[in-house]
Structure formats: structure tokens, C-alpha cells
Design a protein around this ligand. Structure first.
Ligand SMILES: *Cc1c(COP(=O)(O)O)cnc(C)c1O
Length: 417
């Protein structure tokens, strides 16, 4: 459910016409709906009401400060994968005690920053990382709170690039070996075991992989308990899918209904790390049609947003619904919707049956709130898009469009030139 709807043939973001925003701020433009963000965040929070829990939003899906501030104000935490994301989370007002830190390649600088910030826990992905965190904590004379990210070897049935919980993946510690790693962690002087973590992939559209992975991981929690290792935080990861086209993913309540019976009475605080399912359908990318190019077999609709603004179609072959901001009666054409970038892989949609749109008209690329702006780049020296948030009739710029000057900020020409 989201708040981007047509009224009298005109697309609105909540109570504001999308066209007005596009005219005021230019295109390409990301628009986020406050009410959708809040509704999705609360859907998780309410679903897991029966147990102590923290909803740690996965920053990599959308790390705009205002988006994060909204979650912070509603009790949300953060799942981060870099020092930069810790910085953003703290800046947005997320309490350090609600920050969990995953990622296979944490650097010394990042580990120091996380320890200094007193985050809730490191989700450790390998033995050498565990040793490094312990060493750095020793130097800093602090105790590092850790959980191990276990890889439960569960197929989430999703795109290979976004599956993370199989043996072949670089993520986590194989579940068979995790017990030994916990015993090792127990012997480390500057490390305190506080939790366990798993995250099996993204855009998962069934409940069963979550149930299977949870059951498998709970066996390990029980085994650890028998051996005196007390797990307080169980981080069940993120990964719930959304509707891009015709998927019918479970909602947080469906997930909770299956998972909570397995978790009750265990004195665990549950951590969830949703990203896409909170922000995905809470954002759209608005782009302007520049040119039409008629072809023999299909047409090309050339727009002012490219793969540098939204890389998901090029990168994963992902589908995003693309619709005109002004709905009118007209004939359909078969077209590729392509950007201005000099790459054949630069497209937003391929072979779409779509209305016969005209130059200068606006199109909305739907479900672009997750992994949209955060994956954008300056390729082809294109300044990054602006971001706007709408709340009812109210709206505000939440990130300025980059300028040409921004493109060269930080570049230095050496004296020998
Ligand atoms: C990417 C990621 C998430 C969020 O995944 P979504 O599919 O966006 O919900 C959560 N946890 C970890 C460790 C991740 O890497």
C-alpha cells in the first residue's frame, strides 16, 4: 500500500500533484511519501509487538537523512554496513544502542569508529574479522559487543545477486562451524558475545525461507545455551520482498505470525533489518520524456533519467512499472524506455506496452524508493537527482540536486600539469 495515486487522471504523491513537484524541482526527481514510510515502518513495529524487538532499518536501501529521521522519531534503529552509514545514522538521530553493523570488509578505521560510537553490536562475518575486532577493542580498552552472522545455507528463491545465505556466498559463517567460532569468541578478552545474526537475501516473496532459516539458527542458539553461551539479541535480518510487477509478497504480519510462535518465551530481543519492504514502494523517480525515436520493431522513449539515477533495471534486470504522470486516452506503443547514458545497458524498461507519450511529458518510475538514489552515481558526469519528501499537502526538498561544481569538488590538479 502506498500513497501515489491518480486523481482525475493526474498522479499525486499524497495530496500533491507529481507534476507540480517536477516543475518546481526539475527532473530526474525522487519523491518519497512520508505516510507510506511511516505506515510500512509501523507495520513491522506492530507485527512484532508480542516480543521485545528493535526495527533496525537497513540504510543501504535509502540513507537520506530525513527518511532516517522519520524512523528515529518512531523508535527505529539502523542496520549499517559501513562507517559512512554509522555516521549517517547517528547524524539522523538514531541512538547508537540501536545500531547493528554487518558487512564482510570492515576496516580498522570503521571498527574504531563503531567502538567509539558504542553501537549495539557488530555482526561478525569471519574468524579474521573477529580477531581484528578483539585486537582493536583491546587497544582502545573497551569491550566489543558481537554477534556472529551465521550462514544457514537456505535458498531464498530470489535473484542470484541478492541471495546471501547459501554456502557459495561470501556472507557469514557456515552454520556448522558457528558453534566453534562462538567458543573461540568466548575466550577472547575484549569481546562480549551478545547476539546472533542471519540475513538470507533480498526481495524474498515467501515466508518459508525465513521459517527454515530461523529454525536452523534456533537449534544453534539452544546448543550454545547448553554450553553456557547466552544469546540476548536474535537478529533475523531483512529481505522481505515488495510488489514491483505482480509479486504477492507476505506482509510483516504474515512473517510475524509464522516466526513469533518459534520465538516466544525465549527471553530474546528480536532485531529485524528491513530495507526494501519499508522504503521501496514509498518512493518514485520522476523523469521527463526528451525524445521519441521510431523503430521498425519497437520505439525508443528517451528520458532524462538514466542508469546512473536508477541502476536496478541495468544491474539486475529488475522490473519497475513506468507510467505517465498525466493519464489520457491514447493508443499504445511498444517501446524501450532508455536514458541518456552512452551504454546499451542504460534502460529503465524494455519492450513495454505503454501509452504513446510525448516529449516534455513526465513519467513516474514506480517502486523506486529502495536501492534507487543510494545506488546512483555520477557516471557520464551527470549530477545526482534531487530528493523531495511529501507529507499530505506539505512537501520539502530533502536533498538538493547536485551541480556541475559538485562533480569536481575534491579534484586536485597537481603542480606538474
Ligand atoms: C541489504 C541487507 C538488509 C536489507 O535487505 P532488504 O532486502 O532491503 O530488506 C538487511 N540486512 C543486511 C545484513 C543486509 O545486507
Amino acid at each position: 500500500m502506498h500513497f501515489f495515486r491518480y486523481r482525475n487522471g493526474e498522479l499525486y504523491a499524497e495530496d500533491v500533484p507529481v507534476r507540480e513537484l517536477a516543475e518546481a524541482y526539475g527532473t530526474p526527481l525522487y519523491i518519497y511519501s512520508y505516510s507510506t514510510l511511516l505506515r510500512h515502518f509501523r507495520a513491522y513495529d506492530n507485527a512484532f509487538d508480542g516480543v521485545p524487538h528493535i526495527i533496525c532499518f537497513a540504510l543501504k536501501a535509502n540513507s537520506n537523512t530525513s527518511v532516517l529521521r522519520l524512523f528515529a522519531k518512531n523508535g527505529g534503529g539502523a542496520d549499517v554496513v559501513s562507517g559512512g552509514e554509522i555516521f549517517r545514522a547517528l547524524k539522523a538521530g538514531i541512538p547508537p544502542r540501536k545500531i547493528v553493523y554487518a558487512g564482510v570488509g570492515k576496516t580498522e578505521k570503521e571498527i574504531r569508529f563503531a567502538l567509539k560510537s558504542r553501537i549495539l553490536m557488530f555482526n561478525v562475518e569471519s574468524e579474521s574479522e573477529l580477531m581484528e575486532i578483539d585486537r582493536i577493542a583491546g587497544v582502545m580498552k573497551v569491550k566489543a559487543p558481537i554477534s556472529l552472522r551465521v550462514n544457514p545455507d537456505i535458498d531464498p528463491g530470489t535473484h542470484p545477486y541478492i541471495a546471501t545465505g547459501l554456502k557459495e556466498h561470501k556472507f557469514g559463517i557456515p552454520i556448522e562451524a558457528a558453534f566453534e567460532y562462538y567458543k573461540l569468541a568466548e575466550r577472547l578478552e575484549n569481546t562480549e558475545i551478545v547476539g546472533i545474526h542471519k540475513h538470507i537475501g533480498s526481495q524474498i516473496t515467501k515466508v518459508s525461507p525465513f521459517v527454515d532459516a530461523l529454525k536452523k539458527t534456533l537449534l544453534l542458539v539452544d546448543e550454545l545455551k547448553e554450553h553456557g553461551v547466552d544469546i540476548r539479541y536474535f537478529d533475523i535480518g531483512g529481505g522481505l520482498g515488495i510488489t514491483y510487477k505482480d509479486e504477492e509478497p507476505p506482509v510483516p504480519r504474515d512473517l510475524a505470525r509464522s516466526l513469533l510462535p518459534l520465538l516466544r518465551g525465549r527471553r530474546l530481543t528480536i532485531i529485524m533489518e528491513p530495507g526494501r519492504s519499508i522504503v521501496g514502494n514509498a518512493g518514485i523517480l520522476v523523469t521527463k520524456v526528451l525524445y521519441l525515436k521510431k523503430g521498425e520493431e519497437k520505439d525508443f522513449v528517451i528520458v532524462d533519467a538514466g542508469m546512473n539515477d536508477l541502476i536496478r533495471p541495468s544491474f539486475y534486470g529488475a522490473y519497475h512499472h513506468i507510467q505517465p504522470v498525466e493519464k489520457k486516452r491514447r493508443k499504445n506503443i511498444l517501446a524501450d524506455i532508455v536514458g541518456p547514458i552512452c551504454e546499451s545497458g542504460d534502460f529503465l524498461g524494455k519492450e513495454r506496452e505503454m501509452p504513446d507519450v510525448k516529449p516534455r511529458e513526465y513519467l513516474a518510475v514506480m517502486s523506486a524508493g529502495a536501492y534507487g538514489f543510494t545506488m546512483s552515481s555520477n557516471y557520464n558526469s551527470r549530477p545526482r537527482a534531487a530528493e523531495v519528501m511529501v507529507k499530505g499537502k506539505d512537501f520539502s526538498l530533502v536533498n538538493k540536486r547536485e551541480t556541475y561544481r559538485d562533480l569536481v569538488r575534491g579534484e586536485v590538479v597537481p603542480g606538474f600539469l
